[in-house]
Design a protein around this ligand. Structure first.
Ligand SMILES: [Zn+2]
Ligand SMILES: [Zn+2]
Length: 212
């Protein structure tokens, strides 16, 4: 089984998930948002094979460079946001702080479609979930969903950015999250983990689903 270690990094406390396989000693990281030494420490004794990005906002990509320099992993992103890695306007770092532009090295796995890939020797379902950003992805592996800024415990992702769309986000949640088994753990980009069932019952945005 994969071990999941959540480390909140950067000014926006972005959850970086470190997935480790204790048998093969291989590891993957989802959304290394800032260059935090705790990520390097968590990977001690492991080979980092892959960095998976849910989307290219600066608070999810800021630590890619640090890890890529040490391990040379594959870097995954949706094709619509591949260019954002090197574009502070699109990844919003220029918008938040003109003096602190964030960039990341180029991606090597460019996702173009919904399908099953292999990660750490296991099936990885990559789901395209636009709304917060146009190329937002959800990664589903070993019955766990890593949902980025699509849905949070009791809330949903912001859509007031130039590339956001609230109705599109709600449709993505309905199609790709609410269709998962109800006990599925959801690991969001910010805040605590939750489950599909908990959000169906308690998330105030569920009422808006009825209007879709
Ligand atoms: Zn975001
Ligand atoms: Zn975020």
């Amino acid at each position: 089984m994969l071990h999941v270690n959540a480390i909140a990094v950067g000014d926006l406390a972005t959850n970086c998930y470190v997935l480790t396989d204790t048998e093969t000693r291989n590891a993957a990281v989802i959304d290394p948002g800032a260059p935090d030494d705790r990520l390097v420490t968590a990977l001690k004794g492991y080979k980092l094979t892959d960095i998976l990005l849910t989307h290219a906002h600066f608070d999810h990509i800021g630590g890619v460079g640090l890890l890529a320099d040490i391990f040379t992993p594959q870097i995954w992103i949706h094709e619509l946001e591949a260019a954002w890695l090197n574009d502070p306007e699109r990844n919003l770092s220029a918008w938040v702080s003109p003096l602190a532009h964030v960039t990341a090295p180029p991606a090597t796995v460019i996702i173009k479609e919904h399908r099953t890939y292999t990660l750490l020797g296991r099936d990885l379902y990559v789901k395209h979930t636009p709304g917060h950003t146009p190329g937002h992805l959800v990664y589903y592996i070993e019955d766990k969903a890593f949902v980025g800024d699509l849905i949070f415990c009791g809330s949903v992702g912001r859509t007031d950015f130039p590339d956001g769309d609230h109705q599109t986000l709600l449709r993505s949640i309905k199609a790709e999250i609410l269709s998962l088994p109800k006990q599925t753990p959801l690991y969001p980009g910010h805040g605590p983990a939750t489950t599909v069932d908990t959000e169906k019952t308690h998330n105030p945005f569920m009422q808006q689903m009825d209007t879709l």
